[in-house]
Unconditional design. Structure first.
Length: 364
């Protein structure tokens, strides 16, 4: 019964909901029965404001990020309460505090969440200004809430560390899928290329961050628990994901020139675009299977689309003749070769993920 419940609640969102619910509700209930509701509420507020900084990452980054968030949330509240009675000091320092909390958001997704929590803490400080020793007590309770949330979060992490890794890899597969689909979007003649390239750069940065975190976690697992089957499968999955991204980055095509060259043969490029989209779709399905722990069904869509591209190249060559079509066939063959290599790496990833999913954990 417990196993079945865990299967259907084993997702990132549900886990996060449990963590913040436990961290915020338990202090309120406990101190309410002791007759100190305000203490429990303040601790819950500290946990609630610290929670956004707990994004997927390595254990080291997780602890550091949540600790920094907890101290910034409590520190911001403390400073506002201390300087508010002195307008000459308050206004310039208030500007500096808001500027500091805003500027740290440029250092990535976690920093953005810490920035948000700090600014929200500043706003809430004005709603409940304290004086005297109550200033330190209030800030200390908020810090205690942040530390309590960290404790709860670590408990969830150590209960099933491999599941955390799986969810991280599922997220990485999902982002890689989006990246490949953006590459496919570029094959549209009227595609907004600048916007697509900008999205690709943002995704690339996010994917590289996850790659780095996964390397750290997997190699740490190797040093602590050795070369287990689970570790090997997850390592193969990570290597495949890195190779898929590196292959995409090292292989580029000038879509504008290709559209000009094949302007009267639009079906050639459209069939290749379908293949490019199917690369991303396959990764998306794989990500969903790993995230939800459902059985992954391997389909032949990739090979079917690849075969369609091969037929399209042959038809193009027959219509123009070998000599006239030689340049075009070379370009199309290079495009096909890129897709073949990506399919090969995706198939390796499929096998690694399929072996990672244990039969007893699969839903349905």
């Amino acid at each position: 019964m417990i196993r079945k419940v865990l299967k259907y609640t084993d997702t990132t969102n549900i886990t996060n909901a449990f963590k913040i619910t436990i961290s915020a509700v338990l202090p309120v209930i406990f101190f309410y029965y002791l007759g100190h509701f305000e203490i429990g509420f303040t601790i819950a507020l500290g946990a609630f404001l610290t929670y956004p900084s707990d994004i997927p990452s390595s254990l080291k980054h997780k602890i550091n990020g949540v600790l920094v968030a907890a101290f910034i949330v409590a520190g911001a509240n403390l400073l506002i309460n201390l300087i508010y009675p002195y307008p000459i000091i308050f206004y310039p320092l208030f500007v500096l505090i808001v500027f500091f909390l805003s500027i740290i958001s440029v250092y990535g997704q976690r920093a953005t969440m810490v920035s948000f929590s700090g600014l929200l803490s500043v706003s809430l400080a004005f709603a409940h200004l304290n004086t005297g020793i109550a200033i330190l007590e209030h800030a200390g309770l908020m810090l205690a809430g942040g530390l309590f949330y960290l404790f709860v979060s670590l408990c969830f992490y150590f209960l099933n560390p491999y599941r955390y890794l799986e969810l991280q890899i599922a997220q990485c597969i999902k982002l890689t899928s989006k990246y490949l689909k953006l590459r496919a979007d570029l094959w549209n003649p009227n595609a907004p290329k600048d916007r697509i390239v900008q999205k690709q750069l943002l995704l690339q940065s996010e994917i590289n961050t996850i790659h780095q975190d996964l390397r750290e976690i997997i190699f740490r697992n190797y040093s602590s628990s050795g070369s287990s089957t689970q570790n090997r499968n997850l390592l193969v999955a990570l290597v495949s994901l890195i190779e898929i991204l590196e292959l995409a980055l090292s292989t580029s095509f000038d879509q504008s020139k290709l559209h000009e060259k094949f302007s009267n043969k639009s079906t050639v490029l459209s069939t290749y675009q379908n293949l490019a989209y199917s690369l991303g779709d396959t990764l998306k399905q794989l990500s969903q299977s790993l995230n939800k722990k459902t059985k992954y069904v391997v389909n032949d869509t990739l090979y079917d689309n690849l075969e369609t591209v091969e037929k399209g190249i042959l038809i193009y060559e027959e219509k123009l003749g070998k000599e006239a079509a030689s340049d075009g066939v070379l370009i199309l063959s290079n495009m096909k070769h890129y897709a073949e290599k990506q399919i090969e790496k995706i198939k390796v990833l499929e096998r690694a993920i399929t072996m990672t999913l244990k039969p007893q954990d699969i839903k349905g």
